[in-house]
Design a binder for this molecule. Structure first.
Ligand code: DAT
Length: 174
């Protein structure tokens, strides 16, 4: 996408800290946070309900149309656990957050997730499904894996995004 500011995708297994990190990056970098889960909910971009995972199927076409419009001018931090449904051209940087299993487990219990959903997410994180999918879906040099266990991690991840944005602006001056 040819735009004045870049778009950043923050992805990872549910509970790895996408929303927390995206909000901080957006605030520090003067970008806009887009929580894709919230957009799906508020617009009811749903297909059928899948009881086993306590979730709904996604109406991808409607979601992508909505996001295309939102991302066209750049300057967005997009937060979603699935990264392969988006066109590659949308993003200039893809951050994949990783959490240690004990950390992730505690966060999901705190959220009140059902056992099947916790099990699914734990194996997703252990098998690093999101990281590998991100590497298959985007140019490997724009995909960065970041630990997201502690508040120090949160701070250094935000600093890193800020540095990256600074460099991007210097390289894309018009
Ligand atoms: P996600 O959007 O990936 O589902 P979240 O941002 O809602 O995750 O975070 C889940 C919980 O974990 C929430 O209580 C905040 C906490 N958390 C997130 N990132 C963290 C970090 N780097 N250090 C400590 N706690 C963190």
């Amino acid at each position: 996408m040819d735009h004045f500011l870049p778009n950043i995708l923050v992805t990872g297994t549910p509970g790895t800290g996408k929303t927390t990190t995206s909000e901080m990056i957006a605030e520090k970098c003067g970008l806009e946070h887009i929580n894709v889960g919230e957009i799906i909910k508020s617009n009811k971009f749903y297909g059928a309900y899948i009881e086993e995972f306590d979730t709904h199927e996604l109406d991808e076409d409607k979601l992508l149309d909505e996001l295309e419009e939102m991302l066209k001018d750049g300057g967005k931090v997009v937060d979603f656990h699935t990264c392969e449904i988006f066109p590659e051209r949308w993003f200039d940087l893809v951050l994949v957050l990783r959490a240690d299993t004990s950390c992730l487990y505690d966060r999901m219990v705190e959220r009140g997730y059902k056992k099947a959903k916790i099990d699914e997410n734990m194996s997703c994180e252990i098998l690093q499904v999101v990281l590998e999918t991100a590497r298959e879906s985007y140019a490997p040099e724009i995909v960065i894996e970041l630990p997201s266990n502690t508040s120090d991690d949160l701070e250094s991840n935000t600093d890193r995004a800020e540095q990256w944005l600074k460099a991007w602006k210097q390289n894309n001056e018009r």
